[in-house]
Design a protein around this ligand. Structure first.
Ligand code: SF4
Length: 228
């Protein structure tokens, strides 16, 4: 007896975009007030929550701390326009995660390949220091981001705050997954969590993070992605 023909596969559905904060999100009163002040001081800046950048079907999610005042808060794209972005995008390019050239502007034509970038906190905080309540308030958007990435295999957390917020978003215990530069936490049943010092100018100026150290983290990520 002949086998019946296999039923045609349903067309692949594109990933559903995650819930993103509205431009006037008021969940963090201190940050909303800071945004308003920045709007008055820098009317040409973005001055709103910064949305994520990169395809949702990427296998790598990079999670930073928060927009920089004159970087992402000014341009409206994560890590775009300040020193941290220079190092992050150069490293992403070196390891094949970009298409086009990074020009520190949202209209530079740059695209990410198999990578997406977001922040633990979507609004710029005064002095780059979000408060605990603000990190918790914005976690709903990080959770939505992670849930909306169907092929997610590795999360790169830049700095301790991002690392701990990712752990909380994934429902994992901090004590079992301590932050350490270059440490890979496999997290069975979910994406691996890779930790790195933040690629800020402060960390590179003080020698805490060198280009070589940052590239070693990306080399480990690529090794991991090649195994999945
Ligand atoms: S940091 Fe997040 S939760 Fe807080 S106001 Fe901005 S977008 Fe809303």
């Amino acid at each position: 007896m002949n086998e019946p023909p296999a039923a045609p596969l349903p067309p692949a559905q594109p990933p559903v975009p995650p819930a993103a904060p509205p431009a006037d999100c008021l969940r963090c009163p201190r940050l909303a007030a800071f945004r308003a002040g920045n709007r008055a001081r820098h009317p040409d800046f973005h001055n709103a929550p910064v949305l994520s950048f990169g395809p949702l079907d990427a296998r790598l999610l990079v999670v930073g701390l928060a927009p920089g005042l004159k970087g992402a808060n000014a341009t409206g794209r994560p890590f775009t326009g300040d020193y941290a972005g220079d190092l992050l995008y150069a490293t992403l390019a070196k390891f094949g995660f970009t298409r086009g050239d990074y020009g520190a502007r949202t209209d530079d034509g740059l695209a990410l390949a198999d990578a997406r970038i977001t922040n633990a906190v979507r609004c710029v905080p005064p002095e780059n220091k979000p408060m605990g309540a603000e990190i918790r308030a914005c976690r709903r958007y990080l959770e939505a981001e992670i849930a909306a990435m169907p092929r997610l295999a590795v999360i790169l957390a830049l700095g301790t705050i991002a690392h701990n917020s990712v752990l909380a978003a994934l429902g994992r215990r901090r004590s079992a997954h301590p932050f350490g530069h270059g440490v890979v936490h496999p997290l069975p049943g979910g994406p691996a969590l890779v930790a790195s010092y933040h690629c800020s100018r402060y960390n590179t100026n003080t020698g805490r993070l060198t280009t070589e150290m940052f590239e070693a983290v990306f080399a480990a990520i690529c090794t991991r992605l090649n195994e999945t």
